[in-house]
Design a protein around this ligand. Sequence first.
Ligand code: ARG
Length: 457
Amino acid sequence: MTTLWGGCFQKETDARVRAFQDSLGFDFRLWPYEIAVNRAHARMLVKIGVLTEAEGETILKGLDKIYDDFASGKAEPVGEEDVHSLIEALLVKWAGEVGKKLHTGRSRNDQVATDLRLYLRDEIDAVRGMLREFRLALVELAAEHVETLMPGFTHLQPAQPVTFAHHLLAYYEMFTRDDARFEDCRRRMNVLPLGAGALAGTTFPLDRGFVAEALGFDAISENSMDAVSDRDFVVEFCAAAALVFVHLSRLCEEVILWATPQFGFIELDDAFATGSSMMPQKKNPDVAELCRGKTGRVVGNLAGLLILLKGLPLAYNKDLQEDKPLLFDTADTLKGCLGVFIPMMQKLKVSRERMRDAAHRGFLTATDLAEYLVRKGVPFREAHEAAGEVVVYCLEQGKGLDSLSLDDYRRFSPVIDQDVFESVRLEQALQARRVLGGPAPEAVRERIESLMKFLKY
Ligand code: ARG
């Protein structure tokens, strides 16, 4: 077994060290990016006269063969330290001695930083595609429930009337900001490190602009030591992913609650729930539970990365190799969860009746009663007090705010009139919340229409 760095070594690497430090087992997945980077570098070396046209051709052909062999599963990723040495070894195998010239003017340090950015660019595009589908699914579900009354909660106690649509669109907003974070991260990440060499560039007059253009980078790194030694772009991706999971886990928690017989707001499609081996009656929301649980891993990966980077001296350190398992796990977990959570949401059965019934319990319009009194001239603090007393009375009498008589109401305030019944009626209380960003069906319907247009085209 050869290495890329044997020249000044008198001994073979200890087998235990080899096994310990090899990264091929996890970085092999970077192979398409490694080949793309190799192609661009080879063409650039021809352009600046370091390689002849013929040498360049031979190298590109060799790279094509390696690509085809990996794409078709013909070649096995074994026997080398990492994806960079693997592909270089194969290149020498297929292209011959000229393959050894490809590493001119570069290092695995700038290669791996370049590969990783290319990989992440694709991951971001894939994740953003899924987030878009998710947001559309939320809006489509919301469109069916603009009038579906449900209790809004604070402290998980019934608070004020909202609709299921309004509740879902709260998540739409969260995932839309998450999407913007990925977009932002992609923009900052799309800078070419190749050319930084190991840390101090190279004496060859590399045409970095050519490589940047060939690989679709918008800019070129300005400092070679920074280019090979920071992974802040990985942190940004993992932080954006962690926030998606923080948001997703909240929705998971609600799905789990809503699917309990006690709430009964939703029923999961059989294809997206699981049973119990012992209890025949069970229908468990495993998908939501697992997504909620995997949030721990993704947040942990972010913390792991930050700790990995903290205190590293410039420039490259092997510690950085540890970024990949954390990053790959984050990206895989994110796509894995969205891939099953989205169809689960699309197939959700919603019980309008159960939501409406729940909205009728818990005195959701007590605030509306207080605001009614304010409109009749009562200072808010006193109105709040009086409405509280009405609620206690309702509890004693086993009545709701809409089933008291006018005489009942008058015991608490002489300014109360027949029109109080309009104010405490749930539908009316909902319609009245027309403030910008509020749950009034008319406003929510308009918002949904404009979101649909924006998401579909
Ligand atoms: N496998 C290494 C990594 O992922 C590639 C760079 C290695 N560079 C080095 N000088 N050992 O970071």
